[in-house]
Design a protein around this ligand. Structure first.
Ligand code: HEM
Ligand code: HEM
Length: 192
């Protein structure tokens, strides 16, 4: 679709910079073309979206005392914080489900972003949410199973960022459903 050679010919003396620019554009447009565009999500994609969302919110609420639990774990003392194993295993489940979600998204694709700046903001938010649902439990697991205290704080800080971003994302979803009534909210409830 891109006339790469024509563009480079036209660029004349500035050929090297143009080649670099057009090559990057070609790579981006190529990866976009490879991602399948659908009218909505499969039943499994929808179930995974809500299971991950529930797991994230649950673990955010059930996290008090985890700092103390980690200290006990690192010092090989008995862990006396009652919610610790719940937080750890729900978090591990989120990590596994998130990996499955991302694999499914790559295999099945999803709806195209809306055109314009809002579409770009929405795609960027979704990308960041995908990154955080991997990174937050992964850092937690490194802290807990690896006994590495240095990643405990990044884990807790990024968990806050994840919940804030998910809150804004949920508000955007509700705005679509209540104000715009454009079917976007329904996409996460009814399989395509
Ligand atoms: C989506 C998943 C997760 C979320 C939203 C989450 C959320 C949080 C939050 C908010 C805290 C701070 C608690 C506080 O300061 O009182 C925390 C701490 C902690 N979490 Fe998670 N967590 C998740 C997954 C995991 C996993 C998978 C593990 C381990 C396998 C884990 C282990 C820990 C540990 C060890 C701490 C203590 C960190 C510290 O010393 O400050 N978390 N988590
Ligand atoms: C921790 C909580 C949540 C996380 C991590 C999360 C994550 C995501 C991600 C990564 C996507 C992109 C799907 C894709 O195209 O591959 C998405 C889509 C979506 N989410 Fe969430 N979400 C959360 C909570 C919610 C809530 C509470 C709502 C309800 C208001 C919601 C409504 C939607 C809708 C409607 C879409 C489809 C958007 C579209 O098709 O353009 N999400 N979510």
């Amino acid at each position: 679709m891109l006339d790469l050679h024509g563009a480079l010919r036209k660029s004349g003396r500035d050929g090297t910079a143009a080649r670099r620019r057009f090559t990057v554009t070609a790579i981006v447009s190529d990866s976009e073309r490879k991602m399948k565009t659908t009218t909505g999500y499969s039943t499994l994609q929808i179930l995974l979206h809500w299971a991950v969302a529930l797991g994230v919110v649950f673990n955010y609420i059930v996290s008090e005392g985890m700092g103390r639990a980690l200290d006990q774990q690192i010092q090989s003392q008995p862990v006396t914080v009652s919610i610790a194993s719940l937080h750890v295993w729900i978090g591990v489940a989120v990590l596994v489900l998130a990996l499955l979600r991302i694999a499914l998204r790559l295999a099945l694709g999803g709806p195209a972003a809306q055109p314009g700046l809002l579409g770009k903001v929405s795609s960027a938010t979704h990308g960041l949410l995908y990154l955080l649902i991997l990174l937050v439990p992964a850092l937690g697991a490194v802290a807990w199973f690896g006994g590495i205290d240095a990643v405990a704080e990044p884990h807790a800080v990024l968990a806050n960022l994840l919940v804030i971003l998910a809150g804004l994302h949920a508000l955007a979803g509700i705005y679509h459903g209540v104000v715009l009534k454009d079917g976007v909210l329904g996409r996460m409830f009814r399989p395509a």
